[in-house]
Design a protein. Structure first.
Length: 272
């Protein structure tokens, strides 16, 4: 299509996305209380200081409009979540016509695996938040009472959910690199120790809570997923080598790769 047609299509899809998020935010306005109780639950599991009677959850606002903006922020987040099927489809419908069939298969695989992996990571982060908050509050000197604002708590909660969710996408990146022929199982095997070390270093540096339990809850599942992606690379490379040996019985797998014969026939013809 001409450039202006692309711009018009993009505008129409952005309008549809915005409308869906607005409808979801309106729904979030009516279920705000339940959503907020769910968000504050990790903090409410912690025993409150004796100065507060040891009961209830105490988070604070520092401004007159903070409560309103908090509700607005939560409603928009709920709207984005509820409208996710709509905006994911709109993005896909805008991008898909420009992709080849093989690229579409990879995109289906990426989206189909990325959403569950992110959800699993966010779920682990939700239950790890309580231990992280307990650790952070426990380092306060005796007699010091922490006055935690809602903005501070939300920043911590969103950071935990985002970092855990994105970290669980790491094995998916390895799988895509293997499918693209960039990261073979042999390279993976030689770099396994370094990759595991970098996973633990990432967990230690990027986890918002410095407690070791949160770090292990992030690092150990990521290492398991990385090992699973290595198994996938091993299976994929073996099957690829077997197919190449059948197609070119006179050459080894290394020679086939060196001569570029492992590329699709259409790519080889275009290159020649």
């Amino acid at each position: 299509m001409p450039l202006m047609e692309h711009i018009r299509e993009l505008r129409n899809r952005v309008v549809k996305i915005g409308t869906a998020i607005l409808i979801g935010a309106i729904i979030g306005w009516f279920v705000y209380s339940r959503v907020w109780h769910f968000i504050e639950a990790p903090y409410c599991r912690i025993k409150q200081p004796a100065e507060f009677g040891g009961k209830g959850c105490h988070l604070y606002v520092t401004g007159l409009f903070d409560g309103f903006f908090l509700k607005l922020q939560i409603c928009i987040a709920v709207g984005v979540m509820l409208a996710s099927p709509v905006w994911l489809y709109q993005l896909w419908a805008f991008i898909a016509p420009g992709l080849y069939r093989r690229e579409r298969r990879w995109a289906y695989f990426f989206v189909g695996a990325a959403v569950p992996l992110f959800a699993v990571g966010a779920t682990i982060a939700y239950f790890a938040m309580t231990k992280g908050i307990r650790f952070l509050l426990g380092v306060n000197p005796h007699g010091v009472v922490a006055i935690i604002t809602i903005n501070t708590y939300l920043s911590y909660a969103f950071a935990m959910l985002a970092i855990f969710g994105l970290a669980f996408e790491l094995p998916l990146v390895f799988v895509l690199l293997n499918l693209a022929g960039v990261l073979t199982h042999e390279r993976f095997r030689k770099s396994r120790r370094m990759i595991i070390f970098l996973v633990f270093a990432f967990a230690a540096i990027c986890t918002p809570s410095p407690d070791p339990i949160s770090m292990l809850l992030l690092a150990v599942p990521c290492v398991v997923l990385v090992e699973a992606s290595e198994v996938f690379a091993w299976v994929h490379d073996r099957r690829k080598a077997r197919n190449l040996s059948l197609a070119y019985p006179g050459l080894s797998a290394e020679e086939v790769t060196e001569y570029g014969l492992d590329k699709p026939l259409s790519d080889a013809n275009s290159g020649s």
